[in-house]
Ligand binder design. Structure first.
Ligand SMILES: *[C@@H]1O[C@H](CO)[C@@H](O)[C@H](O)[C@H]1NC(C)=O
Ligand SMILES: *[C@@H]1O[C@H](CO)[C@@H](O)[C@H](O)[C@H]1NC(C)=O
Ligand SMILES: *[C@@H]1O[C@H](CO)[C@@H](O)[C@H](O)[C@H]1NC(C)=O
Ligand SMILES: *[C@@H]1O[C@H](CO)[C@@H](O)[C@H](O)[C@H]1NC(C)=O
Length: 388
């Protein structure tokens, strides 16, 4: 087509003599006669090319969609429902790299185009069984739709809850975790990332098998969801177990002045959860330069990294009460004989802290550590003292 256009246009020019012989043999009069027809042909060709392209797309698109739909449940991927419905099966086979990438996808429009009831995700980090589950079951009862549960146990351990339990099939794919090691933080990030896949999860509480709630759900839900801060313990400890664990190899990402310490039992909002999940900048520094027994990542990584990235979002205190008064490397564990009225009142009273910049006497919503033997007395006293 192109040569005919060229010959046709150039035939009317005086320079036509420079054309190759096969053009020159064409009589000038015939060419002039044929020119309008050639023009018309070229015009029609171009129009038809565009028409084919245009209608070609129009006719192939529905066919592609039709075959796409039959792969999954028909129509699912076409509507918003597909994007906002939480995953039905928690046992996906994504690697951590795949999972963290997926979980770090954030909508840039802040308003949700659907009625979104924010949920609190309870992240249970445990080695094996959840001996205090009956207490938690009672705590959650009647509040369906306002919470979700995720459990990270050792890979070899299968939790076996009946289908009527809130813990039924809430175990996520896990990996080996050891106290004080980076793989403990990996497990916490894995819990966060799995919970982030449900877009209605707005707040994320990390608890262990020895944690209990010390207020009822009706109290805990607004306390957490209305807080403008995330409850991450973070303080600057000038001593050997604080700044003494800092390693100058962490420069320039982490300075001594940034270095923070805090217990691992956090409560964070969605934004902070994504900061933790997406981090690739500070992670290698802590992996390489915060190692037992000189340093413990689970006490420093999140508090320090978040103090650098989002200090204004942190309450710098934890919601989980722990008794360190006995000294040593491990906090006190309370068993059957410890669960008295005086002890429970002590958990609930005599506190003072900041909540949304105001002083409050309710500083802890959860407490640890409780032995399995504490379950029976706790079940007896919870209605009166914890309100559930
Ligand atoms: C993940 O599971 C799907 C089926 O559920 C399978 O097709 C895929 O090969 C699996 N991928 C890996 C990496 O195991
Ligand atoms: C799980 O629990 C059911 C009853 O609740 C019991 O029949 C079954 O043997 C248990 N399975 C394992 C592996 O413990
Ligand atoms: C928490 O500490 C950071 C500095 O480490 C500070 O910027 C922030 O205001 C503190 N949060 C509250 C609620 O005081
Ligand atoms: C929940 O706890 C609060 C405060 O502790 C109490 O006022 C309220 O009555 C309790 N709610 C229920 C349903 O027991």
């Amino acid at each position: 087509m192109q040569p005919s256009v060229a010959s046709m246009v150039e035939s009317q020019e005086p320079t036509v003599t420079t054309r190759p012989n096969q053009y020159r043999v064409f009589p000038q009069r015939l060419l002039r006669l044929l020119a309008p027809f050639l023009l018309l042909c070229v015009a029609i060709s171009f129009i038809s090319i565009y028409l084919i392209r245009y209608f070609g797309f129009q006719t192939t698109l529905p066919r592609e969609l039709a075959s796409f739909q039959t792969c999954g449940n028909a129509g699912e991927r076409n509507n918003l429902e597909h994007w906002i419905r939480p995953p039905t099966d928690l046992l996906h086979n994504m690697t951590d790299t795949e999972l963290f990438w997926r979980a770090s996808c954030v909508p840039q429009i802040k308003e949700y185009p659907f009625a979104r009831v924010p949920k609190i995700a309870f992240l249970f980090l445990t080695r094996g069984p959840l001996p205090l589950a009956p207490l938690w079951e009672r705590f959650f009862e009647g509040h369906e739709g306002l919470y979700s549960i995720y459990i990270h146990a050792l890979p070899s351990y299968q939790l076996n809850f009946s289908s009527s339990s809130v813990f039924y099939q809430r175990q996520i794919p896990s990996q080996l975790t050891e106290w004080g090691m980076m793989n403990m933080c990996d497990a916490e990030r894995r819990l966060l990332a799995n919970a982030l896949l449900d877009i209605t999860n707005e707040r994320f509480v990390l608890v262990s098998e020895s944690c209990i709630p010390i207020y009822n759900f009706s109290f805990v839900y607004p306390y957490i969801t209305k807080s403008k801060h995330s409850f991450m313990g973070a303080f600057d400890d000038p001593g050997p177990y604080g700044r003494g664990r800092y390693d100058y190899n962490m420069l320039p990402e982490v300075t001594m002045a940034d270095w923070r310490k805090g217990a691992q039992w956090f409560e964070v909002d969605r934004k902070v959860a994504i900061y933790i999940t997406e981090d690739t900048k500070f992670y290698p520094k802590f992996l390489n330069f915060c190692r037992p027994h000189a340093c413990y990542t689970d006490e420093h990584y999140f508090p320090t990294m978040l103090t650098i990235r989002a200090p204004d979002l942190l309450a710098n205190r934890s919601l989980t009460w722990t008794d360190w008064s006995r000294g040593g490397a491990h906090p006190a564990t309370f068993g059957e004989a410890d669960i008295t009225v005086v002890f429970l009142r002590g958990l609930l009273e005599g506190q003072s802290c900041l909540y949304n910049d105001q002083t409050t006497s309710v500083c802890f919503l959860f407490a640890r550590k409780f032995a399995p033997s504490a379950l029976e007395p706790l079940l007896l006293l919870a209605p009166k003292y914890f309100g559930y």
